[in-house]
Design a protein around this ligand. Structure first.
Ligand SMILES: [Zn+2]
Length: 123
């Protein structure tokens, strides 16, 4: 067994934004490829996904005793623009209580969210 990258230091966060508990880079790329448009579409949204966001926040998923692989799965990720991500993160504690049920619901039934249609038509 060879480990080609052994000893080589990797530079994390190539885009310069140090994030705690982000998705692993390959997963984040996968999410952004799947969701090229921001899935939140909040006021001030820039439209294009720049970051992979946890649908169920990491800290909350831990409380719910999700296995890490579920937390870090692309199924628990959504592409968001930097703006919406910031807004969402600020309101996360609040959102977590109010819409967790809806969001986990969406996870269990992985079909097109009705709200997505609206978004897609806009462009
Ligand atoms: Zn956005």
């Amino acid at each position: 067994m060879q480990r080609p990258d052994q000893g080589k230091r990797r530079s994390w966060a190539p885009t310069g934004r140090p994030r705690s508990r982000g998705f692993p880079a390959p997963i984040a790329r996968q999410i952004l490829r799947r969701d090229p448009e921001c899935t939140l579409g909040l006021r001030g949204c820039t439209g294009a996904s720049e970051q992979a966001d946890h649908i169920v926040p990491y800290s909350l998923a831990i409380q719910l005793q999700w296995p890490t692989e579920d937390i870090q799965s692309p199924d628990n990720g959504q592409g968001v623009c930097g703006h919406c991500h910031g807004v969402k993160t600020q309101g996360e504690a609040y959102n977590a209580r109010t819409s967790l049920k809806r969001r986990t619901n969406r996870l269990r039934t992985p079909k097109q969210h009705p709200g997505v249609v609206d978004n897609a038509k806009k462009g």
